[in-house]
Design a protein around this ligand. Sequence first.
Ligand code: TMP
Length: 210
Amino acid sequence: MNGLFITIEGPDGAGKSTLVKKLQTAVAAETKRPLVITREPGGSEIAEEIRDIILNPLHTKMDARTEALLLAAGRRQHVVEKIRPALERGEIVLCDRFVDSSVAYQGQGRGIGMDKVIAINAFAVEDLKPDITLYLDIASDEGLKRIKSKHSNRKQDRLELEEITFHEKVREGYEQLIEEDPNRFSRIDASQVPAKVFEDAWAILKPRLK
Ligand code: TMP
């Protein structure tokens, strides 16, 4: 595959969607290579339906392994329908969250175990791995504060509603992943203003688009 697979990761409230929008404009201005912007959970019709089940705040009974399996199932469909074909066509894929989210949120946050979650995701995505992962780093309390103000007039999803201790564990999970694969991850200080977060991200991505 000669495409470029870029993922954006980070705790809730890190500002991923704002960054994705800015990167979309910048990439389009920089290169003629087609760009696919996508997200997880979701990204394809079937996977978006699975997303709704996962994030529904009414689903308080959902077991942690059920959650991990649903995420992996949606991911499988997303990879097969959208990500892999785009990469095979040589396109750039920019995905808001991927396997690392499951390893951090379900593996560490929910306490299933990072290795177990890596294993079920290996079944789902086979050998597909991002080329570059931008990690938007933000303190858990700061991230949650942002979400509460952003969503003040709409409901938060089931995972965002978790206690701060859950979000702190998620962050620990990410730290472990970065330690194990430092070449793939680039850490960006997401407490900065959005323009500076974009500037840092673009300094990393621009040279890789050639
Ligand atoms: P989003 O806010 O980035 O759209 O993601 C929705 C929530 O789903 C967010 O709290 C992170 C969580 N999530 C997981 O727990 N595991 C995963 O594998 C993914 C992709 C997201």
